[in-house]
Design a binder for this molecule. Structure first.
Ligand code: DX5
Ligand code: ZN
Length: 229
């Protein structure tokens, strides 16, 4: 059984104050974040451009935590060398962006890094089935990717449940990540009940009104007593 102690919180820096990014990452680290989620958007796979290699390097220098690097880019293979720079870097590619998903996943694994595959709300869980034995993570998008601050899509919870069953039945160890619209309310709680053990949260953690220490505490409180699945 997965208990709350095993639930990881991954603040997404997309919602941080970019004029103060290093400090925001340090605050999240000190507040007990487990991972730092970094959204790389290329303006092609998603209709937005966020940040690139130089900024990811700066984030890496601001924390000892693993970077959970979410590549929302059209051709991830070409960009992998720009984003895999530390043994702790975790790389997540989109199933929809990879023509040869098995090859892309293997390219990351060959570097010795943890790897995950993300699926959009319109993509079925079967898209990851054949590579599941290779994966450390499956990221279920709970909004359509490209922007922070969107509303959680409830039907994604059923996908999380189906994926959890698929992982259990196959006896694999991939963790389920939910990303998008996750707040310190039913969205986080039901995601955990459905089987997610990594919660990405941007606007719920980085707020102009409340310190990260407080928002992280609120998120942990909301998860207290829950166990996955
Ligand atoms: C959306 C990104 C998310 C985003 C989450 O495309 O992948 O990681 O930063 O932000 P919130 O938690 O604000 O929905
Ligand atoms: Zn993300």
């Amino acid at each position: 059984m997965v208990t709350e102690a095993h639930i990881q919180i991954a603040p997404s820096v997309l919602a941080a104050d970019f004029s103060n990014l290093g400090q925001q990452v340090r605050e999240a680290t000190e507040a007990g974040a487990d991972l730092i989620h970094v959204d790389v958007m290329d303006g092609r796979f998603v209709p937005n451009i966020s940040l690139g290699e130089v900024v990811v390097d700066a984030i890496r220098r601001s924390t000892h935590l693993p970077l959970n690097i979410h590549l929302m880019v059209a051709e991830p293979d070409q960009l992998l060398p720009s984003f895999i720079k530390a043994p702790t870097d975790q790389i997540i590619v989109h199933a929809e962006a990879c023509t040869h998903l098995h090859r892309t996943v293997t390219l990351v694994k060959d570097q010795g890094n943890q790897v995950g595959v993300a699926i959009n709300p319109g993509t079925p869980v079967s898209a990851v089935e054949e590579v599941l034995p290779l994966l450390d993570f499956v990221l279920v998008m709970t909004v359509n990717p490209g922007f922070g601050g969107q509303t959680f899509i409830p039907s994604a919870l059923e996908k999380v449940k189906r994926l959890r069953r698929m992982i259990q039945e196959a006896g694999h160890g991939a963790r389920i990540v939910v990303d998008g619209g996750v707040k310190a309310d039913w969205t986080a709680q039901d995601s955990v009940r459905a089987g997610a053990t990594v919660l990405v949260a941007g606007t719920a953690i980085f707020s102009p009104n409340e310190p990260v220490q407080q928002t992280m505490k609120t998120m942990r409180c909301c998860l207290s007593g829950l166990s996955a699945g």
